[in-house]
Design a protein around this ligand. Structure first.
Ligand code: C2E
Ligand code: MG
Ligand code: MG
Ligand code: MG
Length: 275
């Protein structure tokens, strides 16, 4: 009996593995179709100047309007896109949308910068800068209106690093996203210039809960200042967090307190009510 059960379990395991591989193939094909067929949607989250509460820029955050599945967040498909290389055409779509939107806002009298998340894998793919250059040129966006957000994993990838240096030399701004959770060393930080440090929301979320957090955030702000970078605090949900960060010398903030990611139409509606 035990032997027969074992055999069944092996067969079931094989069947499940096969099903997983099939589901993955299907997801990959669907994502390919989604990229070409306009199922990707870009939402924008406001980034505000903590001193004035004015919205100064917007972070582009991709979603997938997947037929029959609803609006999927990036955590549901960015991993697959990175593994399959689809992150390259996906990233290009997001860049086109974001640069176009920044130019439209400008035309509507709203002077906003736009920030776009770029995966290390995308940066490391040959031709990243020429593609990016083509997108901003055809949109008619000034390079310094665009900020590319990268994570600290970029330090571990030589080609991505070289590409990032070239991006910044082209006048595009560079932000270190989710700062403090990745692989930075003081040596990298001092060697490679960047414009913005985004303090990860795990720090801001721990304010008032973990006694060491305040000191750690103050150190990140001081370090950014020494390196000539601005700070953006992520994940601000309460006025107390915003007040504390402003007093600590943080320049900008982003979070549900100021606004959730919203599509361009919602931004238009919000503009008339004070954003
Ligand atoms: P991220 O770049 O760190 O973006 C911030 C994430 O935090 C967003 O999640 C945003 O909705 C969420 N968030 C903002 N404010 C708050 C808050 O007050 N509280 C909480 N709990 N969350 C907040 P989202 O949109 O699900 O994006 C997740 C991640 O997916 C992003 O993290 C980014 O790493 C990645 N991502 C998004 N769009 C793209 C893209 O176009 N390309 C690439 N390569 N990655 C992307
Ligand atoms: Mg980001
Ligand atoms: Mg982040
Ligand atoms: Mg993140």
């Amino acid at each position: 009996v035990a032997k027969r059960d074992g055999g069944n379990r092996v067969r079931q395991f094989r069947r499940e593995m096969g099903e997983q591989a099939l589901a993955r193939q299907r997801d990959k094909a669907d994502l390919r179709t989604a990229i070409d067929g306009g199922e990707l949607v870009v939402h924008y989250q406001p980034i505000v100047d903590l001193a004035t509460s004015a919205v100064t820029s917007a972070e582009a955050l991709v979603r997938w309007q997947r037929p029959g599945r609803g609006l999927l967040g990036p955590d549901a498909f960015i991993g697959l896109a990175e593994e399959t290389g689809l992150i390259v055409p996906l990233g290009e779509k997001v860049l086109e949308a974001a640069c176009g939107q920044a130019v439209r806002w400008n035309g509507e009298g709203r002077s906003l910068g736009v920030t776009v998340n770029v995966s290390t894998r995308e940066l490391a793919t040959p031709g990243f800068l020429p593609r990016l250059d083509r997108v901003i040129t055809s949109a008619g966006l000034a390079p310094n209106r665009l900020t590319v957000e990268v994570t600290e994993s970029v330090w571990a990838d030589e080609p991505a690093m070289r590409s990032l240096v070239a991006v910044r030399e082209a006048g595009i701004r560079v932000a270190l996203d989710d700062f403090g959770t990745g692989y930075s060393s003081l040596s990298y930080l001092q060697r490679y210039p960047f414009d913005v440090v985004k303090i990860d929301r795990s720090f801001t979320g721990a304010l008032g809960r973990n006694g060491r957090t305040e000191g750690v955030i103050r150190c990140i702000i001081a370090l950014a200042e020494v390196l000539g970078a601005k700070t953006v605090a992520e994940g601000i949900e309460t006025p107390e967090q915003a007040d504390w960060l402003r007093d600590a010398g943080c320049s900008y903030a982003q979070g549900y307190l100021f606004g959730r990611p919203a599509d361009a139409a919602e931004w238009k509606a919000a503009a008339s009510t004070g954003w």
